[in-house]
Design a binder for this molecule. Structure first.
Ligand SMILES: *Cc1c(COP(=O)(O)O)cnc(C)c1O
Length: 504
């Protein structure tokens, strides 16, 4: 039986139409008073050829209709401000609003990138101070804030490794990457002109020293690892690992996307890392998702400093800062101007507001929250690597799979319980992976509600698997045909009514 309410299409809660469908000729959002001067058309001044008479299909609507339309659309979004966003590897945490305020201050948000150095001293100081803080946090010797995201930081770091090795006997050919790595790692290696060699993880989900011993040949430029790795496990033998790579003339790159688990507790320089990137949009208060700009600073050891991207911000003996373009060994620019400057402002505001003790607390709370979730869910879900979690934990759908319910089904069922899904099917070394990162900003009440939902779903899988297999049931759209969407995407908008179709 058809639901009468669905039939009648209640106009607020479901499937808001397109703004084009609200259009009717002559409606407008602004009305100007009648002209009290002679009317001149722009064509008379500039000639007609540059002017369109008509903007085809442009919706004609009132101001209020525009406001309603976009406000309703905004309520469709599930965001970090709505509830727990346990997307593992992404560190989707709440970022204090005050950092948004700071980044929008006049003089910061409005400074032109071509402002002469002497008039941009405040902004240069922000860049230098942000770099100084990141150096203190990582223990490295120098930082470039230029890369626009983690992946670009990886490429920048790898190009520096290549340049350094070129100056020290040859660039070599391969980079070793553990099989648990994020997909951007092998992509960056390939773009940097290296070939990827896969390193198998051991039974504890960590790098296998014996395998490394075998693979670390004179043709290998270095090792690219993530620590804690994408299983949320800290590489306990990290010192031995980096010593071995160094002893064979290679360098160690660390993907620092998981720094949310280390800040204030461990410094990558102390465990032998030569070059790494940070994701300001994960760890240091830049909101991400939705396509906002990111920032992936690279931090390096002294030996790699000459290769940093141009320009570097340097203090002047007499006080103040300058931009140094005179760096013959630099790999060059990787991004226009100074990278995404606003992200440095947010990161600095965040770091200074928390201070060293506050940042350590962030790490401890993130780790505590992940271990709480891991402990509460391990009776219901399979834990393929049962080591203490750092900031995230990875389950597998092995038990649920025997009822033909997979990780993607459980994730979709979470939507019905009012949560954003966890990360599905990553890392690839875990079949049916369910990767959960609660972050430090989740309250205990929110975590308990999430745990309760996950336990309820595990029970449903036993008693009524079909309801999980066909979820979500309460969302605006239910199960989509993902294979067809990927294979035959329909990217053109088709007007809903025949009348609009002829009109447009
Ligand atoms: C997010 C992430 C990256 C890539 O960073 P982007 O800023 O998205 O380019 C790389 N490695 C890991 C482990 C990540 O989680």
């Amino acid at each position: 039986m058809k639901d009468r309410i669905t039939e009648a299409r209640p106009h607020i809660t479901r499937n808001e139409g397109l703004i084009f469908e609200r259009s009717s000729p002559g409606k407008t959002g602004a009305e100007l008073p009648p002209l009290d001067v002679p009317e001149i058309s722009p064509e008379e001044i500039f000639g007609g050829e540059y002017f369109r008479q008509d903007l085809e299909g442009f919706p004609e609507v009132s101001e209020f209709e525009v406001i309603q339309h976009y406000t309703r659309l905004s309520t469709w979004n599930y965001g970090i401000d709505t509830g727990l966003y346990p997307l593992g590897s992404c560190t989707m945490k709440y970022n204090p609003r005050v950092n948004e305020f700071v980044a929008r201050l006049e003089g910061l948000a409005t400074e032109h990138p071509y402002t002469p150095e002497t008039l941009a001293q405040g902004c240069l100081r922000i860049l230098a101070e942000t770099a100084r803080c990141l150096i203190a946090i990582t223990g490295m010797d120098a930082v470039s804030l230029q890369p626009a995201a983690g992946a670009q930081g990886e490429l920048t770091g790898l190009l520096m490794i290549r340049a350094y090795l070129n100056d020290h006997g040859g660039a070599r050919k391969y980079i070793l990457i553990p099989d648990s790595a994020h997909g951007t790692n092998p992509a960056s290696v390939t773009i940097a002109g290296y070939e990827v060699r896969n390193l198998k993880s051991n039974s504890r989900g960590c790098i296998d020293l014996a395998a490394l011993e075998e693979e670390m040949t004179p043709e290998v430029a270095g090792l690219m690892l993530t620590n804690p790795n994408t299983l949320g496990i800290f590489e306990e033998q990290i010192r031995e690992i980096s010593s071995l790579v160094h002893a064979r003339g290679g360098l160690v790159y660390m993907d620092g996307a998981n720094m949310n688990a280390l800040i204030g507790v461990a410094k990558p320089a102390d465990f032998g890392i030569d070059v790494m990137h940070l994701n300001l949009h994960k760890t240091f208060s830049t909101p991400h998702g939705g396509g906002g700009p990111g920032s992936g600073p690279v931090a390096v050891r002294k030996s790699l400093e000459p290769y940093l991207p141009l320009p570097t911000v340097e203090p002047l003996a007499a006080g103040g800062y300058r931009l140094n373009y005179d760096r013959p060994k630099s790999i060059g620019r990787v991004r226009a101007f100074f990278g995404n400057f606003g992200m440095a402002v947010r990161a600095l505001a965040y770091i200074l507001a928390y201070g060293a003790a506050g940042l350590r607390q962030v790490t401890e709370d993130a780790v505590l929250n992940a271990n709480y979730v891991r402990q509460k869910l391990k009776e219901a879900y399979d834990l393929p690597y049962d080591a203490p979690a750092m900031h995230e934990c990875v389950f597998s759908d092995r038990r649920q799979a025997s009822h033909s319910v997979r990780t993607g089904d459980i994730a979709k069922r979470l939507i019905d319980y009012g949560f954003h899904p966890y990360t599905v099917s990553f890392p690839l070394i875990v079949a049916g992976a369910m990767m959960i990162e609660p972050t430090e900003t989740a309250s205990k009440a929110e975590l308990d509600a999430f745990i309760e939902a996950m336990l309820a779903i595990a029970e449903e899988v036993r008693t009524d698997p079909e309801v999980v297999r066909t979820a979500p049931h309460t969302a605006r759209l239910t199960r989509l045909d993902e294979a067809t969407a990927a294979r035959r995407p329909v990217l053109r908008w088709r007007p809903a009514t025949p009348q609009l179709r002829t009109q447009l």
